[in-house]
Write a protein that binds this ligand. Sequence first.
Ligand code: NAP
Length: 232
Amino acid sequence: MAYDPSTLPDVSGLTIGIIGGTGDQGRGLAYRFARAGLTVLVGSRSAQRAVESAAEIAALPGVPTGGSVTGADNAEVARRSDVVIIAVPWDGHADTVGALAEPLTGKIVIDCVNPLGFDRQGPFALPVSEGSAVQQAAALLPGSRVCAAFNHVSAPLLADPEIDRIELDVLICTEERELVDVVGALAAQIPGMRGIYAGRLRNAHQIEAFTANLIAINKRYKAHAGVRVTDL
Ligand SMILES: NC(=O)c1ccc[n+]([C@@H]2O[C@H](COP(=O)([O-])OP(=O)(O)OC[C@H]3O[C@@H](n4cnc5c(N)ncnc54)[C@H](OP(=O)(O)O)[C@@H]3O)[C@@H](O)[C@H]2O)c1
C-alpha cells in the first residue's frame, strides 16, 4: 500500500484542541492548523492566558480573517474539541492527562510529549514505567482514542510565518488504523508534511526517545532537523 494523500479523509470540520497550547509546541501547531483554516481551541491551565494566546495566534500572518482561534482552560478545550493534542512538558504529563479523562472520553487524543532529560552531555531519553508517554496517556484515558504524533516537529519552524512548507514526516503510533488517516490528514494540512504509520503504541518509545538525537543534531548543525522516510 503506497502513501496516497488523495485518500485522506476531510478533516476541515473538526475542532482541534491543544492542551498546553500557550507553549512553544502547542502555539506552533495551533498556528499551522489555524493557517489551514481549521477551528482551533487553545488550552491552558489559565483561561486568561489561553484567550491571550489565541488572540495572538489569530493575528499572525496567513491566518484567515474571521477564522476561529479561541482560548479556554484545558478542561473546556478537551470537552469542546474533536481532536485534542497533548503538548505539555513531561513533568506535568500524568497529572494533566489524568485530570482530563472524563472530558476526553470518546475523543481522539494525539500525544506529542517526549520524556527527555538534559544534562551537561546534552539531551537523553528518560525511562517511563508504562513504556512511553503515549502509553501512559493510553493507560490514563481508557475511553479515548490515543495515538502519538508530531513528536519530531520543531516548534521554531511551526512558529515562523516566513516558512510555508515544512518538509518532514509525522510518525504516527496507534492501535487504530482509522486514526492514522485522521492524523495523517491533519499533518497534511501543513504543506510539506506527511503522516506515516510507524507502528503500535509499544513502538512509540523509540520515536519519543529519538527526539534526543534530533536535538543533538540541531545543536551541532544549527538546524531544525526532522525525519523523512524513504521509498514511500
Ligand atoms: N518545543 C518543541 O520544539 C517540541 C517539539 C516536539 C514535541 N515537543 C513536546 O511538546 C511538549 C511541550 O513542549 P513545549 O516546548 O511547548 O513546552 P513548554 O512551552 O515548556 O510548555 C507548554 C505549556 O504547557 C503548560 N505547562 C507547563 N508546565 C506544566 C505542568 N507542569 N502541567 C501542566 N501544564 C504545564 C504551560 O501552559 P500554561 O501555563 O498556559 O498552562 C506551557 O505553556 C513537550 O512534552 C515536548 O516534549 C516539543
